[in-house]
Design a protein around this ligand. Sequence first.
Ligand SMILES: [Zn+2]
Length: 88
Amino acid sequence: MNIRIGKISQWISPNFSFCLICNTTWKFVKNKSLNYEEYSGHFALCEKCYDDCSIDEKIYYYTQADYIKENKNFENYIIESILTDSGL
Ligand SMILES: [Zn+2]
């Protein structure tokens, strides 16, 4: 499907988590997963919102979750993932 329908998606599919920018759940948009350790991925944004963001914005959104904010290793790893993903 992959359409950003916004908050209404959370009423239709309350058991799914959602993109921090367009508020659309993973039932309707594809999430963009980035690793915060070797075998674990974190998804804060959908693919479309991710592509619309600058690198600074990507780092901001992907380091918002408490479990990443509170762990320097996770935070550094995910920033590396964003930079690598951006071709840097
Ligand atoms: Zn989105």
